[in-house]
Design a binder for this molecule. Structure first.
Ligand SMILES: [Zn+2]
Ligand SMILES: [Zn+2]
Length: 359
């Protein structure tokens, strides 16, 4: 409880929150601004091998239920120690709990602070719910604006040196003249494409830098990737001050499981690169074997505006990259509108048939 972070305003003693527009801590009451010192010297690559050898997925800090007595209104709020930020249920006072990260064996070293502010996020969201012909008319009610929240999500980034050997057949197309007998019994000739297959092999070496993998099971890797890229050059040292007034999450995908996903991403990219080397006009039977070495990882937090909502029993997500403003959202499709469109199409076809028969 003593570890909870409050950022009292030096002017009026109310709480300071991180403001995405000014990139500073700001007091909503008296307007006082306090700068955050920015550095990136603590964001270092860590050896994956060493971490995996160290084993153990517990940090020694146990997750427990805790009670917070609000410093503003005195009410009590129950929260779990693995919740990085929470709100007083009575007065909405927002509290940062940096102990949450200590319930995990690996703590974040870097963070990209929010740049897209709430007003901007709401505009983007409002525009999105209002567009799209196939979306149901009541989508706006389900995708409620107050359900859009700014959250720092946990990510893993992995580096690796890869050395691959590949072999396969490159195919070169060529044309031959073929003669045939047409339906009138006449001899004709035509051009036919053939492929000559040539055995090829070689090596492909590539260093992967910062393969980014989502660390929370709340979203799928495809959903995370839908709002990539993040500009990771703007990472700064993790500082709990950036969390003040925002939501945040701890990881629940272990560093080893994240790496398995990263290796799959690298494997796909290596296959594509080797296919380009093997291909002449086309290729077949491509085999690639890869040695992965010098793997390192970083644990970081990235800003995401997120809205989750249920529509007819199915869960949908709307996402905005909190750094770049890039959006991703799958909309439910209105069955009524689809049925109407099909009926309309049938009417048009019937009309065309009718009029063409008249003519
Ligand atoms: Zn103040
Ligand atoms: Zn309160």
């Amino acid at each position: 409880m003593d570890n909870l972070l409050l950022f009292p305003c030096p002017g009026c003693n109310s709480q300071l929150y991180f403001n995405a527009a000014s990139q500073q801590l700001e007091c909503e009451h008296c307007g006082t601004k306090v700068a955050i010192e920015k550095a990136a010297d603590k964001i270092t690559e860590n050896s994956l091998k060493q971490q995996l050898a160290a084993g153990s997925n517990t940090s020694g800090v146990t997750v427990e239920q805790m009670v917070y007595k609000c410093t503003r209104c005195g009410s009590q709020t129950v929260f779990t120690s693995e919740t990085p930020t929470f709100t007083c249920g009575f007065c909405n006072f927002e509290v940062v709990n940096p102990v949450a990260y200590k319930t995990r064996i690996i703590q974040p070293s870097g963070i990209v602070p929010f740049i897209v502010e709430k007003q901007k996020a709401l505009e983007i969201f409002k525009h999105w719910t209002g567009t799209g012909f196939w979306a149901p008319g009541d989508l706006k009610e389900f995708a409620r604006q107050d359900a859009l929240h700014g959250i720092y999500l946990p990510f893993w980034t992995y580096d690796a040196q890869t050395d691959s050997q590949w072999q396969g057949y490159g195919g070169r197309h060529y044309w031959v003249t073929e003669s045939y007998t047409d339906s009138q019994g006449k001899r004709q000739s035509r051009q036919v494409q053939r492929t000559e297959w040539i055995y090829r092999n070689g090596t492909y070496n590539h260093f992967f830098d910062d393969v980014l993998i989502g660390g929370a099971t709340e979203l799928t890797q495809n959903e995370y990737e839908s709002i990539f890229p993040f500009r990771l050059g703007e990472l700064v040292n993790f500082d709990a001050k950036y969390l003040s007034g925002w939501q945040a999450d701890v990881y629940d995908i272990a560093v080893s499981d994240g790496y398995s996903k990263a290796e799959q991403v690298m494997k796909d990219a290596i296959y594509d690169a080797c296919a380009n080397l093997c291909r002449i006009d086309t290729f077949r039977d491509l085999q690639v074997s890869t040695n992965y070495s010098a793997q390192t990882y970083k644990h970081i937090l990235l800003p995401v505006w997120l809205c989750s909502y249920f529509y007819k029993g199915k869960k949908y997500h709307f996402l905005i990259n909190g750094q770049t403003g890039k959006i991703h959202g799958k909309k439910p499709v209105s069955t009524a509108k689809v049925v109407l469109a099909v009926i309309l199409a049938l009417v048009v076809i019937a009309a065309i048939v009718y009029f063409s028969q008249q003519g």
